[in-house]
Write a protein that binds this ligand. Structure first.
Ligand SMILES: *Cc1c(COP(=O)(O)O)cnc(C)c1O
Length: 420
């Protein structure tokens, strides 16, 4: 099936007489006919047992997203942050390290640099543009993964996924890609060698600013038996000796994430949230197409305005990421643009406050056009050096172009710029 069809049909095929739409299974638990059957499930969880780690409605969405990314399995989480956290905790223990490009979402920088450090896991940040030799120097014997973002929020840098996959694999570790901004409609990182994909589904996938969520997808391609990952190949005492690679084959990573991390930490979405996420996913391909079209028009408008110092959008021919964008995001570079207004921070704030249609909000990839000043909001915890490393100019504004009529969007931007 093509993506448009998968978005409508993957994950749920109703049986004879069953509801056309996947019902909301709002139940914490499930019943079984014998004590023995429940006992078996504790050894080998092959059925829904408790909604802290699996639920039939959420499972439909997991299957749909796995299918869209071209993976073997997926696990939803209650936020994108939880997905990023679990993607690392599934391969790193206290005393381990991993490598991340520095051009990633500010919340992820904080998670990696501050909170994971408290757990004894070191994140080594590298410049995404560094050559292979320089990146290679960041690896240590305890390095267990490489992390990057397809289209960095908010720097809008396109990652050379193939370059990072090659380096990661040379070192026997997986490449984990945050594919939030691109969505599987615009880029499928597994096709370029990534092993694990994470998303904040709160953005385009949900699409309507209704609920926060995340997901981890497993490509099934990484070889966990290379000696670096004993937790995958040795018996898990907390599950009566399950050996993930032996018992689950190429689904070892995603099943281990559920059986250990979701069981113990419990960051699973509610069935109702998954139902809403599924509604968003149904129209994802058609929405992504329109976001790209509207954003390209807005990017061109900003480029031609004498009040704008610079525009960043990988869909613009003069953008430094145009070539990488053509390779990884040939259908478009999503709806998010960043601009720097002439006149610095003060002009930026005046422009934002002068907008009437676009809203000033802490969100991105919403169906409605919205703007945000990262240096004073999502990235305010970063130092000036970290801001620069993350590609965030203090005067930068992130414009998330929505699905309103392009005429109305441009009229609003024009009236506010004219007041400067
Ligand atoms: C928003 C975002 C996150 C965090 O997701 P939440 O759902 O807000 O927890 C992670 N990565 C990227 C690229 C994001 O835009």
């Amino acid at each position: 099936m093509k993506d448009e069809t998968k978005c409508l049909h993957s994950g749920y095929t109703p049986a004879n007489g069953a509801p056309r739409v996947m019902p909301i299974v709002q139940s914490t638990t499930y019943v079984f006919d014998s004590t023995e059957r429940i006992g078996e499930l504790f050894d080998m969880p092959t059925a829904h047992m408790y909604s802290r780690f699996s639920n039939p409605t959420v499972e439909v969405v997991e299957k749909k997203i796995a299918d869209l990314e071209g993976g073997v399995g997926a696990m939803c989480t209650s936020s994108g942050q939880a997905a990023s956290l679990f993607s690392i905790l599934n391969v790193c223990n206290s005393g381990d390290s991993f490598i991340s490009t520095s051009t990633i979402y500010g919340g992820t920088v904080n998670l990696f640099a501050v909170s994971l450090k408290k757990l004894g896991i070191e994140c080594i940040f590298v410049d995404a543009h560094a050559d292979e030799e320089t990146i290679q120097k960041a690896f240590k014997p305890n390095t267990k993964a490489v992390f990057g973002e397809t289209l960095a929020n908010p720097a809008l840098a396109v990652l050379d996924i193939e370059k990072f996959a090659k380096i990661a694999h040379k070192n026997g570790v997986p490449l984990i890609i945050d594919n939030t901004f691109a969505t599987p409609i615009l880029c499928k990182p597994f096709e370029f060698g990534a092993d694990i994909v994470v998303h904040s589904t709160s953005k385009y996938m949900d699409g309507h600013a209704l609920q926060v969520g995340g997901v981890i997808v497993d490509s099934g391609n990484f070889d966990w038996t290379n000696g670096k990952f004993p937790e995958f190949t040795e018996p898990d005492e907390s599950y009566h000796g399950v050996v993930y690679t032996r018992d689950f084959g190429n689904m070892a990573y995603i099943i281990k994430a559920r059986m250990q991390l979701m069981r113990d930490f419990g960051a699973y979405p509610a069935a109702h949230s998954a139902f809403l996420l599924n509604l968003g996913l149904e129209t994802l391909p058609i929405r992504m197409k329109q976001y790209c079209e509207n954003a390209l028009a807005v990017a061109k408008f900003f480029k031609d305005s004498d009040k704008i110092e610079s525009v960043r959008y990988a869909g613009l021919k003069e953008d430094p990421y145009y070539a990488l964008g053509q390779k990884y995001l040939p259908q478009g570079a999503c709806g998010v643009i960043s601009i720097v207004i002439k006149g610095g921070k003060e002009a930026a704030v005046r422009f934002m406050d002068g907008l009437k249609l676009a809203s000033n909000e802490v969100h991105v990839a919403d169906i409605r056009t919205c703007v945000l000043h990262p240096a004073s909001a999502t990235h305010r915890q970063l130092t000036d050096e970290q801001l620069v490393a993350a590609g965030v100019n203090p005067g930068l504004i992130r414009v998330s172009v929505g699905l309103e009529s392009i005429d109305d969007i441009l009229e609003d931007l024009t009236q506010s710029l004219n007041q400067l």
